[in-house]
Design a protein around this ligand. Structure first.
Ligand code: TPU
Ligand code: MG
Length: 561
């Protein structure tokens, strides 16, 4: 077989384990899309727009470890870049591939469409360089294999997005055949001496502590160190708290799970035990204004050990070039039991209170919605929580072993969850995908429900219609937090058109919600959107407490220079 630049790229995407790539067509990528279609192991999945295409890939990468999105130049690429920012912030290797104008037009005085009407169209590559770990523009078939490989390799190694721009007259140009995939996926081992030194120093640090606690962060997944975190937890026997952005990354049915630590809005008992500890092993953590609740819950000082993807820092030491996996499992073999935080947590942990069902004909309330959603969550479920009060409602869910949870807390873009849910469901067809989405967020990217209908994905969307931007109301209110209401449930029929099997149901009380959930569970031929009607101020108490502290942080006056 003779390879072309496009079929070479397809072969590499398939070799790294992708079964799909997401795409929106445009004249600068049409030949490329044809070339990608020649690979029978890689299915092309279409999106309504390029922002959604990027977010679909972002969601797919959460399910499958990596993803690709293919768009046209500028009008597509610049929309997709927003989602690439998300992939960067959320540590997901998403490969953004953009078609580009014919290189022959570069050498002449020609102006081309989809550009700024200037002769220099390098700007998209320059922008992409800021938001990816590797950005290349292919303008030579001879160099294409090397450029494609280096971009994909960097993305997989760093768990960050990469950008590949392919000029339209090169997509079908013949090029070399791909070599063994190990060239892209083989990892450099940890530096053995640094690893031993880091483990010895950390073991010594923990020997001097009575009450250590573990704090799990979202980079644990990027580091592929979930199993090793459990090994360390079990060797120490201490309590394990998890940051909101990392919910489900440490199994919630593990006996040492002590809840979500999120400062003032932690799970009951988690904050008390965290504050009582004398040292914290932070594993893959990200501390920002939101996760520290307006800088009120920032672990700091000599009692903090930070173990990151490739770096361990503690008490005057900084060890690089080691894998988190190796560090955690090595440390697990060196530490003695330090279970004081677990013993104490068992004493203070709140007994779970059974939630009582609301009256079936009483006005629908948030607590009743999440009581019913909770009953749907099984080991095969993935709960996807959009920015907004859904973050806080999602945090309260108890996840059985095997259940997963996805949240986009660092980038925090409303609208993320609709396409990310679509992409996730494409990548994980065996899982029950449950999305919790606010009305305001849904309005950004609603069209992508049509693609769930097109591919008959039985996603269940709980659309929380509280008539506005409630999370923003709690941070800082004004007329800008009111939105135009939509007939969200009715929208599904619009998207169904003549052949779709999506269902849209509205629930205004507990009885209607229970019936709607029955409809959703029975619908295997498409998504079901359940529009849950609640009052504007029916929000989680945690949102109010968190919003107050974030507002205080936002309102700090400028420091004198
Ligand atoms: O449940 P609720 O009402 O809190 O959620 P809903 O209705 O989805 O409202 C979300 C409101 C919101 C905004 C407007 N949350 N964050 N923002 C700011 C924002 C604006 N634009 C983007 C792309 N992302 C944002 N986070
Ligand atoms: Mg809302």
């Amino acid at each position: 077989m003779t390879y072309t630049v496009g079929s070479y790229l397809a072969a590499r995407l398939s070799q790294i384990g992708l079964k799909h790539h997401f795409a929106v067509a445009g004249d600068f990528n049409l030949v490329l899309l044809d070339q990608l279609l020649t690979n029978k192991d890689l299915e092309q999945v279409y999106c309504c727009n390029e922002l959604n295409c990027g977010y679909s890939a972002e969601g797919y990468a959460r399910a499958c470890g990596a993803a690709a999105a293919v768009v046209t130049f500028s009008v597509g690429g610049l929309s997709a870049i927003n989602a690439i920012g998300s992939a960067y912030a959320e540590n997901l290797p998403v490969i953004l591939v953009s078609g580009a104008p014919n290189t022959d037009d570069r050498a002449t005085e020609h102006l081309v469409h989809h550009t700024l009407a200037t002769h220099d169209w390098s700007y998209q590559l320059e922008i992409a360089k800021k938001l990816t770990c590797a950005a290349v523009a292919i303008t030579s078939a001879a160099d294409a294999p090397h450029q494609i490989d280096s971009a994909i390799r960097a993305a997989l190694r760093e768990k960050k997005p990469a950008y590949i721009e392919i000029a339209c007259n090169f997509a079908a140009a013949p090029c070399a055949a791909p070599g063994p995939i190990s060239a892209l996926v083989a990892e450099e081992p940890s530096d053995p001496e640094t690893l031993q030194a880091a483990i010895a120093t950390a073991a010594e640090f923990l020997r001097g502590k009575q009450k250590p606690i573990l704090l799990i962060g979202s980079k644990l997944r990027a580091a592929g160190a979930g199993k090793q975190a459990i090994e360390l937890a079990e060797a120490l026997g201490c309590a394990v708290t998890v940051m909101a952005a990392a919910k489900s990354f440490f199994p919630e049915d593990h006996p040492q799970f002590a809840g979500i630590y999120w400062g003032e809005v932690s799970a009951p008992g988690a904050r008390e035990i965290f504050d009582w500890s004398d040292s914290v092993v932070c594993i893959g953590t990200i501390f920002n204004d939101y996760s520290t609740v307006g800088w009120t819950a920032m672990p700091s000082g000599a009692g903090v050990l930070t173990a990151d993807q490739n770096r361990v820092c503690l008490e005057g030491h900084d060890f690089g070039r080691i894998h988190l996996r190796d560090f955690l499992s090595g440390l697990a073999r060196k530490v003695q039991k330090r279970d004081a935080t677990m013993v104490e947590y068992r004493r203070i942990r709140a007994r779970p209170q059974p939630e009582h069902p609301a009256k079936p004909d009483g006005k629908l309330m948030r607590t009743e919605i999440f009581r019913q959603v909770q009953a749907l969550v099984t080991a095969e479920s993935t709960v996807i929580a959009e920015t907004g009060d859904s973050w806080f409602n999602g945090m309260g869910m108890k996840l059985p072993g095997g259940a997963r949870f996805e949240i986009e807390m660092q980038w925090g873009s409303i609208g993320w969850s609709v396409p990310a849910t679509f992409g996730y469901a494409v990548g994980a067809p065996g899982r029950r995908v449950i999305a919790l989405i606010g009305d305001g967020s849904f309005q950004l990217t609603a069209q992508e429900v049509a693609q769930m209908i097109r591919r008959k994905l039985p996603v269940i969307i709980f659309l929380i219609n509280n008539h506005g931007y409630t999370i923003e109301v709690e941070i800082h209110d004004g007329p800008y937090n009111n939105i135009k209401n939509w007939d969200y449930a009715g929208l599904i029929n619009v998207f169904n058109a003549e052949d779709g099997r999506g269902r849209g149901v509205r629930a205004a009380n507990g009885g209607e919600l229970a019936e709607a959930i029955e409809v959703a569970v029975a619908n295997h031929d498409g998504p079901t959107l359940i529009e849950c009607m609640i009052d504007r101020d029916d929000c989680s108490p945690d949102l109010i407490s968190w919003g107050r502290l974030v507002a205080i942080a936002n309102a700090r006056p400028p420091r004198p220079q």
